[in-house]
Design a protein around this ligand. Structure first.
Ligand code: NIG
Ligand code: FE
Length: 404
């Protein structure tokens, strides 16, 4: 007899279709060998997969079942935190002023360089526990707090080890071009990333994507292009931190290179949105970052109007200290004014597209990964409606209960 997991009698099931959410009331999901084998009305599903024969049967009565969240933009592996900078920001200092005074990314770089790989693994595992408790079942994680060949690989090795040890699937991104270390000219450091970091990372198969902080005063469009093109030659798919503080052309660069995603986009224009949509680059909006910086939110409507599949992510990092995709969905609605269905789609299907998983991740349909969240709300509209609390009750990864 086959072994399967059954989640039944959900008040609402979010399946995700080619366009909309595709919801079913009074629904069940069966998962076998890690993949969905049936997802639809409970009576139909249990006819083929009866509860009494299931290895695990979960009664989701009165609750909503949705695909596990995909978090497509995090800097979740680091050492220390920067809580004191949060207070400085409340007193009026800007992100750039804090960085110029020796804080910000380079401060976390100093902490990471001193940390052992084991410490970084333990730190990441504990952050992943927090992410899982808020419904994340797949997450991208960037390096970028090492900025040397040995310390960038230390971070990427920590991601690999945490991936082996934790139910959340991790997707690694190399981001040696996250900041320019002290005592380097930007051009020399760009050469160093291309000649000394990328080859080691690529040879050892430690990353799938290559990302650059393309921003005024950090890496120019031309420098970003050099790094991302070199990365692409090594088989790493480009991603771009684009138009966060100033609009300098990062979104156009992402479109030109056929990047997987362009992220932040606080200052992006409608023309940028159209360029991204034409090139099938996923706009990844990070409402938590705008919230933490007290900046204006990105405008999701301009990306949707251009026909793009929008994604949202936490951007979890020491400057935006939130592991929670539930909170990202809350902010997408309450801050960016997305409708609940659009925000949930952006946190599942859209987010999967941002990490080039367009093969069914983020959808609960036959043949797709059996990653799902059971939330204690009667339908998905109630998820962001009820903000500031967690409604995630149970999380299944590949059909196995991994959080309860
Ligand atoms: O995506 N913008 C650049 N990188 C991160 C911030 C990292 C940090 O401040 O430690 C971001 O927001
Ligand atoms: Fe980022």
């Amino acid at each position: 007899m086959t072994e399967y997991t059954l989640v039944h009698d959900a008040a609402q099931l979010v399946r995700n279709g080619d366009n909309g959410l595709d919801t079913v009331s009074g629904a069940a999901v069966a998962v076998e060998d890690g993949h969905v084998v049936a997802a639809g009305p409970t009576d139909e599903v249990v006819r083929a997969y009866p509860g009494e024969n299931a290895v695990v049967a979960v009664d989701a009565g009165g609750k909503t079942v949705l695909p596990g969240f995909v978090d497509p933009h995090t800097h979740a592996v680091f050492a220390g935190d920067r809580a004191d900078e949060f207070t400085d920001k409340l007193r009026g200092k800007t992100y750039q002023e804090i960085a110029a005074a020796g804080g910000g990314i380079l401060r976390t770089v100093r902490a990471v360089r001193e940390a052992t790989r084991e410490t970084l693994v333990e730190n990441l595992l504990s952050q992943l526990d927090g992410m899982l408790a808020h419904g994340t079942t797949t997450a991208e994680v960037k390096s970028g707090y090492g900025l040397r060949p040995d310390t960038e690989t230390k971070l990427l090795e920590a991601i690999r080890e945490a991936d082996d040890r934790h139910p959340i699937d991790l997707v690694p991104t190399f981001m040696g071009a996250h900041a320019v270390p002290d005592d380097w000219s930007t051009d020399d450091y760009v050469d160093h990333v291309i000649e000394d970091q990328l080859p080691v990372v690529a040879d050892r198969g430690l990353a799938e994507f290559c990302d650059v902080f393309c921003e005024a005063g950090i890496f120019s469009v031309e420098q970003s292009r050099r790094i991302l093109t070199a990365g692409r030659d090594y088989g790493l798919t480009p991603k771009v931190h684009a138009e966060e503080f100033e609009r300098i052309g990062g979104a156009e660069l992402a479109a030109e290179l056929g990047a997987a995603s362009a992220d932040h986009l606080l200052e992006a224009t409608a023309a940028d949105a159209q360029a991204l949509a034409r090139a099938d680059v996923v706009p990844v909006l990070l409402p938590g970052t705008a919230f933490a910086l007290a900046a204006d939110y990105a405008d999701p409507d301009q990306f949707a109007a251009a026909g793009a599949e929008v994604a949202i992510a936490t951007d979890f990092n020491p400057n935006c200290f939130s592991q929670s995709m539930e909170f990202a969905v809350d902010l997408a609605c309450h801050g960016m004014r997305m409708e609940p269905g659009s925000a949930i789609r952006a946190a599942t299907v859209g987010a999967a597209a941002a990490i080039t998983r367009r093969d069914g991740l983020g959808r609960l349909r036959e043949g797709h990964p059996g990653d799902l969240v059971i939330a204690d709300v009667p339908d998905c509209e109630h998820l962001p409606y009820n903000f500031g609390v967690s409604t995630v009750e149970t999380v299944l990864k590949a059909g196995e209960v991994v959080y309860d």
